[in-house]
Design a protein around this ligand. Structure first.
Ligand code: ZN
Length: 332
């Protein structure tokens, strides 16, 4: 995307060991795979890859993405093929740890078996990238067909956690509180998308009702100091996707992005790409975009460090990455 022209900053960002903790595999299909599938329909990348592109509505984004997703993800094998390439690209960017979600809606639509999808994704992981897989579901996903499947997911082999997606304004009902608790009891991590299109109250609800310590986006918490205080008190982390926020109109410009104020107020934020198939972004683009007018190199290093702090890795596994970042921070 070319957000930075300064070679030294580009090299610094590449050098930083990084995490990606907010990535939807459906929104991360490598575009050339679609092009090979249908060279006519997918002759060019989506217009939304243009750096200044903004979606006019969330529906426009969703319709464009779903059209691409449903043509590709028709089997666990397709998840494996896409995952292998996604992982390779992340390794090239010096990403060491990934939290990836796959969407219950695709499983529902194509009648896929959840544990088989988890295994297909995980078996694509190279040795030098730690991969954790989450099941993402919509707030209204508890249908007659899906309820027993979702209720069973805390027992799935290899699943590391669950996440809540989709239209934020639908209510958090009792099945979610129950399922989020069951997942934690099974040793899984739990997350929820909130504070993207919904305001600070939605962040409060996700934290209070679902008891999550990891909020995806969360940026609109900035609208209510009491919610920011609650985030600090409960040691909640926001997995923020700045380019996604700009292209979807959650925030107007990178300079105005609330990640700056959240960082200054002590909220632990990480940065990730969300849906690179729609936004045309790589993780290094997120760092580069923030390095222009938002964060210094030292601050970017602290943000990269945050990702390893919350990573679901053993202490000895994350130690070398934390040590590399800490030695830079000590000298700068
Ligand atoms: Zn997301």
């Amino acid at each position: 995307m070319g957000y930075q022209k300064d070679r030294e900053i580009i090299e610094f960002i590449q050098w930083l060991p990084k995490t990606e903790t907010h990535l939807h595999i459906e929104g991360a299909i490598p575009f050339h795979l679609l092009k090979e599938l249908d060279p006519v329909q997918f002759s060019e990348p989506p217009a939304s890859w243009d750096r200044d592109f903004k979606f006019s509505t969330f529906k426009e984004f969703e319709d464009e993405l779903l059209n691409m997703v449903h043509q590709w993800y028709i089997s666990p094998e397709r998840y494996h093929i896409a995952a292998r390439e996604i992982f390779h690209s992340l390794v090239e960017q010096n990403v060491k740890y990934l939290e990836l979600s796959f969407h219950a809606g695709v499983m529902d639509y194509h009648d896929l078996n959840g544990p088989e999808v988890v295994s297909a994704i995980k078996s694509a992981a190279p040795e030098n990238l730690q991969v954790r897989v989450f099941l993402g579901m919509l707030r209204n996903h508890y249908s007659e067909k899906m309820a027993p499947i979702l209720d069973d997911c805390p027992n799935w082999e290899g699943l590391d956690g669950i996440d809540l997606h989709g239209p934020e304004r639908l209510p958090i009902q009792s099945w979610k509180e129950r399922l989020w608790r069951a997942a934690r009891d099974a040793g899984m991590e739990t997350k929820a998308h909130a504070g993207e299109f919904g305001g600070a109250d939605y962040v409060r609800d996700a934290i209070e009702l679902l008891n999550v310590k990891r909020v995806q986006h969360g940026v609109r918490a900035i609208e209510d100091p009491a919610v920011v205080q609650m985030v600090l008190d409960r040691d909640v982390t926001f997995d923020v996707c700045p380019i996604s926020n700009i292209k979807l109109g959650v925030v107007e410009t990178m300079e105005e992005h609330p990640i700056r104020q959240l960082f200054d107020q002590g909220v632990r934020c990480t940065i990730s790409t969300d849906d690179p198939l729609s936004f045309g972004n790589r993780l290094v683009d997120e760092y580069e975009a923030l390095s222009v007018d938002v964060f210094s190199k030292v601050e970017l290093a602290k943000i990269a460090r945050n990702g390893f702090e919350v990573a679901l890795m053993e202490a000895e596994e994350k130690a070398p990455y934390l040590a590399q970042i800490d030695s830079y921070l000590e000298k700068n």
